[in-house]
Design a protein around this ligand. Sequence first.
Ligand code: F6P
Length: 315
Amino acid sequence: MLTSGGDSPGMNAAIRAVVRVGIYSEMEVYGIERGYEGLIAGDIKEMSISSVSDIIQRGGTTLRTARSAYFMEEDGFKRAMDMLENFEIEGLVVIGGDGSLAGGLTISKSGVPVIGLPGTIDNDLAYTDYTIGFDTSVNTVLSAIGNIRDTSSSHERSTVIEVMGRRCGDIALFAALTGGAEIVLIPEEEPNINSICRRLIQGKNRGKQHSIIMKAEGVNISSQELADIITERTGLETKVVVLGYVQRGGTPSARDRMLASCMGHKAAELLKNNSGSRAVGIRGTEIVHYDLEEALNMKRSYDQSIMELADILSM
Ligand code: F6P
């Protein structure tokens, strides 16, 4: 098992579940350090029941992680495959985002079955409703919104809060709806500057003392540029807060621990049953799994009804 790409809260809960269910099912479980980099280097150790004690509540990944450019090269990939053979690894669990699972797919095409678990705060994988770490990340953003509101309303300011998510706007969208932001901008929709300015002015005229503009990092205008335009066109003093890596850390929420534990359990079960290469996800409340390649080819679309609701509720 390895974790790869950006870490996400709940990865440790998934590691723990894979190890414990694996051992319970009479398999030997090995942990690979630093993702595909560690696989190439042979940083592989046998895991025991106690090696995953006291980690369910910890953010990050105790196996550590990396983004490996070398693994993408022919030579690096061959070394990784050689290492799997040296250690007689018969199946691999990859916990990570789309790039990490795509790496797993290339391994599976060379003959080693791979089970993918969606570990990323971005919630950008089409085959699953939720990814491990997304819920915690949204909660971290909510806590930041609370703090920013206090100071913004004291100073009667607007604040552009920039959140992560790459090309996916889910962190921004869910945090905006649940945090009561006045405006939300996501990469899936073109920003409408006129409408943003109009809404902010209307809010001010109704007596709003501050406004929160939640902006996903993938939107095609920089946060500072947006803040400058708002200040110039509305007269409202507008600050920028880029939340950055705080969104990736912290103790995982109950929801992420639950998701990670159930998905880790399913991964071990699929390997035990020789089910081939699968991607584990959740649809509604049900843990599901798809052929790994099919899962990665699914096209993602954001939930427009959440956007509409966020708009209505922030009137
Ligand atoms: O994929 C998770 C993520 O945190 C994205 O939201 C963000 O764009 C990216 O990783 C940052 O990557 P890095 O850790 O390499 O700076």
